[in-house]
Design a protein around this ligand. Structure first.
Ligand code: DOR
Ligand code: ZN
Ligand code: ZN
Length: 361
């Protein structure tokens, strides 16, 4: 169990007593107190009660973790356009319960978040509806059609913190390279969904024994790996910061390791479902097992855990991608790609890695 310092307490004075305080930025990992004055951490350590003002709420955090708010770099909040799946209000409130204080929503909304006006619109909704910080991501191409670059500088001016074509890859390398150069100029990273559109075909789950057993078209590792390699090479030429989303294969880790050894500005993220589950755990042909990239082999899972442990992968994000119940309650062939996980992702995903000894809290 753990506790969150949230925006809604911003006017309160809090004395959080005897929690296990974790703060990697300040190398803090000990049982102590945290004193919050008018929403700001004023003091961390062992506090004697005569130093604490009377008008302060005391929280007994014994046996709990106390830490800075989590940031989720990759979430589909679905608004505008798909409010029956999720809204900025519902998604961010679930996130706050899960310990998150900031989120980067992906641009595959309807209309696509592909202009300064759309970035402004999301920020406007977030202002009233979200208890956490919202840092919108703008699309790379207009309408995510892969044909015409968006106004990247304009979107950044409006508040976009990154660009991404998430949901697909920009298959035209020349357009992508130009966009990477624009992102570099604007000082923002490119968040890459790596999937070769032509190679993926009708794939709905990982290519392997399980897919054969269930008679479902497979998605091979190469579908991801060729684009990971391509995007790293292009980012080198464009000089941009490249963040590889939801890495699911062992070779994506190998490629990121090489990129880092070359001194490139490349980072990798892994999602809880990809480091906790493998395709052999899929029990039936049901849409709830369908996400993109898919659950991979045990070997891939092991490699991803090792890459997190070794610092080759830099971040854990959820790729929370909700859909309607009707849509998901179908066969793998028919259901849309996407798995949910924001309210419980830290509790389940991260602590699983800690339990198994891959990471320390
Ligand atoms: O599983 C996924 N769902 N992968 C994606 O890339 C897109 C996402 C969505 O938007 O549903
Ligand atoms: Zn994606
Ligand atoms: Zn995504």
């Amino acid at each position: 169990t753990w506790m969150i310092l949230e925006r809604w307490i911003c006017l309160l004075n809090l004395w959080i007593k005897n929690g296990h305080v974790l703060d990697p930025a300040n190398h803090l990992d000990e049982v102590c107190d945290v004193y919050v004055k008018e929403g700001k951490v004023a003091c961390v350590g062992s506090l004697s009660s005569d130093k604490i003002p009377d008008e302060c709420t005391v929280i007994d955090a014994e046996g709990k973790y106390v830490m800075p708010g989590l940031v989720d770099l990759h979430v589909h909040l679905r608004e505008p356009g798909f409010e029956y799946k999720e809204t900025i209000y519902s998604g961010t409130h679930a996130m706050a319960k899960g310990g998150f204080t900031a989120v980067c929503p992906m641009p595959n909304t309807k209309p696509v978040t592909d202009s300064p006006a759309m970035i402004e619109k999301i920020l406007k909704i977030a202002k009233t509806d979200s208890p956490i910080r919202v840092y919108p991501v703008g699309a790379v191409t207009k309408g995510q059609l892969g044909e015409e670059m968006t106004d990247i500088a304009g979107m950044v001016k409006a508040g976009a913190k990154a660009i991404s074509e998430d949901g697909k890859s920009v298959m035209n390398a020349e357009i992508y390279r130009e966009a990477m150069k624009e992102a570099k100029k604007a000082g923002i990273p490119v968040l890459a969904h790596c999937e070769d559109k032509n190679m993926v075909g009708h794939g709905a789950m990982n290519a392997g024994e399980k897919a054969k057993e269930l008679g479902i078209c497979g998605i091979t590792n190469a579908v991801e790996d060729v684009i990971v390699a391509r995007d790293i090479i292009m980012s080198k030429e464009a000089g941009c910061q490249l963040h590889l989303c939801h890495c699911s294969t062992k070779d994506s880790a190998v490629l990121i390791k090489i990129a880092k050894e070359q001194g490139l500005s490349v980072t990798g993220e892994v999602c809880p479902h990809h480091f906790t589950m493998s395709d052999d755990q899929i029990t039936e042909d049901h849409g709830r097992f369908k996400m993109n990239p898919p659950l991979r082999s045990k070997e891939d899972v092991e490699a991803l855990r090792g890459a997190l442990r070794d610092g080759i992968m830099d971040a854990i994000s959820t790729d929370h991608a909700p859909h309607g119940a009707k849509e998901k309650n179908q066969s793998m062939k028919k259901a849309p790609f996407g798995i949910v996980g924001i309210e419980n992702s830290f509790a389940l995903g991260y602590t699983e890695l800690v339990k198994k000894g891959y990471l320390t809290l």
